[in-house]
Design a protein around this ligand. Structure first.
Ligand SMILES: *Cc1c(COP(=O)(O)O)cnc(C)c1O
Length: 421
């Protein structure tokens, strides 16, 4: 049953309530390895399900366009103060609706349409909003893109420097969605300084690791930092822009009134709760555990002949190139899902296959670490992945069913926040 219980919803809209229950059960029954997902605490769920959703509060605390902000001002200020303390930044804006709008706010604050901007190419691990062609950021600006080197699978800082010197971008984005290695913020900062660009660290994936001390912080290197709140940071779906004082004002203006209307106050409340949780010593253990699990899983996969982009991982994320296993990323991901292992197919750098049917799969350990799985269970997980990937190649449904049964037996021992049997 979903926690907190949804008894009113069940009465008022049984059809929808049944879907919510079904999704909760699905999340309980899967080994969730989608690198951008997590399980939020029940406290976060409760905060996001409050009457704060009823309130309009365009503007910022003390400068709103509607009356009745006696409480909302305090909620938003609490979230802001917690964000500033946790990440050790001078300025925080907690209003962006999600990671993509947070990045758009950065463009609006510091670039003009047609300006040159620089980011990591999507197929190399960057995000759509770092100037990829199908994104507004690639259409309305002049994007130049860096990638990774073929031999190492890592960002080539020499290429970044050469490209920046030649193209003189206004903005340089670092960070991405499929980067298994530590981001070298000081090196990016040096390049940005040299070409007089604003360095933007998009830490959407690794914010929880940064907060928990398991990845270096961009603070002091990147004057502008964007992040989602729902990935390793383990909060509700939302985003923040963190900055130094100098850049803060323009960013606030860009978020509101530049891009958005009223902030989602119930989400702000959930973010505040998640930030409080992330400031606790247990969260440092969690962040360390996420990385330890990823390392252990990476090692166990390598022992089974899997090829890892960049040869390993420093964070929560593993990118597998399945070329040597003679199965595409998509059929592998589909077979794994049937077996109870949920992840996504993903392009690998220099992928010869199409984005809709690429060579790789992406794995992350944020959710399973929240669930309570530890490094000693990663060989077992790697074993299941190997069996299912081989079964996917040969159409061996019996193996997939057997693995599904084994996984469901294991997960029965690990409770999930938001659901109780
Ligand atoms: C997830 C992600 C985003 C976008 O977040 P949404 O909330 O999905 O809009 C932006 N940048 C990076 C690097 C991400 O991983």
């Amino acid at each position: 049953m979903h926690q907190p219980p949804i008894s009113e919803l069940s009465g008022a809209d049984p059809e929808l309530a049944q879907l919510v229950e079904a999704e909760a059960k699905r999340q309980y029954e899967k080994i969730r390895l989608i690198a951008s997902e997590n399980y939020v605490s029940q406290a976060v769920l409760e905060a996001t399900g409050t009457v704060l959703t009823n309130k309009y509060s365009e503007g910022y605390a003390g400068r709103r366009y509607y009356e009745g902000q006696q409480v909302i001002d305090q909620v938003e200020t609490l979230a802001i103060e917690r964000a500033k303390a946790l990440f050790n930044v001078e300025h925080a804006n907690v209003q962006p609706y999600s990671g993509s709008p947070a990045n758009l706010a950065v463009y609006l604050a510091f670039a003009q349409p047609g300006d040159t901007i620089m980011g990591m190419a999507l197929p190399a691990g960057g995000h759509l909003t770092h100037g990829w062609s199908v994104s507004a950021t690639g259409k309305w600006f002049n994007p130049v893109r860096y990638g990774v080197t073929k031999e190492t699978g890592r960002v080539d800082m020499d290429e970044v420097r050469e490209l920046a010197r030649a193209e003189r971008p206004k903005l340089i984005f670092c960070g991405g969605t499929a980067i298994p290695r530590t981001i070298d913020f000081p090196a990016f900062a040096e390049i940005a300084r040299e070409v007089d660009a604003v360095l933007v660290a998009d830490i959407a994936h690794i914010a929880g690791l940064v907060a928990g001390g398991a990845h270096p912080s961009p603070v002091g290197h990147a004057p502008v930092i964007t992040t989602t709140t729902h990935k390793t940071l383990r909060g509700p779906r939302g985003a923040m822009v963190l900055a130094d004082t100098e850049h803060g004002k323009a960013l606030d203006k860009a978020v509101f009134p530049g891009l958005q209307g009223g902030p989602h106050n119930h989400t702000t409340a959930g973010i505040a709760v998640a930030l409080r949780e992330a400031a606790k010593p247990e969260f440092r253990d969690y962040a360390r555990g996420v990385v330890a699990n990823a390392r252990a899983l990476a090692e166990a996969l390598q022992e089974r002949g899997f090829e890892l982009v960049s040869g390993g991982t420093d964070n929560h994320l593993i990118l597998l190139d399945l070329t040597n296993k003679q199965v595409g990323g998509k059929p592998a991901a589909q077979a794994l899902d049937r077996a109870g292992i949920e992840l996504n197919y993903n392009t690998v750098p220099f992928d010869p296959r199409k984005p809709f049917d690429p060579s790789g799969i992406r794995l992350g350990t944020a959710s399973i670490t929240t669930r309570g799985l530890g490094a000693d269970q990663m060989p077992q997980l790697a074993d299941w992945i190997e069996r299912v990937v081989i079964a996917a190649g040969s159409g061996d449904d019996a193996t997939i069913d057997r693995v599904a049964a084994e996984i469901s037996e294991l997960l029965a021992k690990y409770p999930m926040p938001g659901w109780s049997t």
